[in-house]
Design a protein around this ligand. Structure first.
Ligand code: ZN
Length: 155
């Protein structure tokens, strides 16, 4: 566990003393993530995603889910709701999508896997003081074996 995570856990613990905890997915009282919402996040299935229209040469792209339901609520709570404790749950979903991308590579293919965080607006970066999605991508990348370590891109 990193120093940062320990600090975030301490802050979250202190926060829970002041305000009651609630499920980030459905709002149920007394839990940070209820069993139903936790299972929903643990059950994400990576799928290929493609914008419509897609530019020529658009690479194979994977997502851990649609931006809706429990996943959306957890992302919003994590990014803008003062719930940094949810980062570990979102890291799991990102690892699922990354594993799908790695599995889709042809054995002799020399393609590069890029994690591309959706960019935060300048106003959001100023308000938060950091880039949560970029930080999440960096965190997940550090867990990938070096021989298949993806590149990180801000493009
Ligand atoms: Zn819930």
């Amino acid at each position: 566990m990193s120093y940062r995570q320990v600090l975030l856990d301490c802050v979250a613990g202190a926060f829970d003393l002041v305000l009651p905890t609630h499920c980030a997915g459905c709002g149920a009282a007394g839990v940070r993530l209820c069993a139903v919402c936790g299972l929903a996040l643990q059950s994400v299935v990576a799928t290929r995603a493609r914008p419509d229209p897609a530019p020529d040469g658009f690479p194979a792209t994977f997502t851990a889910g649609q931006y809706e339901g429990v996943l959306r609520e957890v992302i919003v709570g994590w990014k803008d709701g003062g719930r940094p404790d949810l980062g570990q749950d979102l890291a799991f979903a990102l690892r699922v999508a990354l594993a799908a991308a790695i599995s889709a590579l042809e054995p002799r293919e020399s393609s590069t896997i890029c994690l591309v965080p959706a960019p935060s607006s300048p106003a959001s970066v100023r308000a938060r003081g950091y880039r949560p999605v970029a930080d999440l991508c960096r965190s997940v990348m550090r867990q990938v074996p070096a021989k298949i370590a993806p590149e990180w891109s801000t493009r």
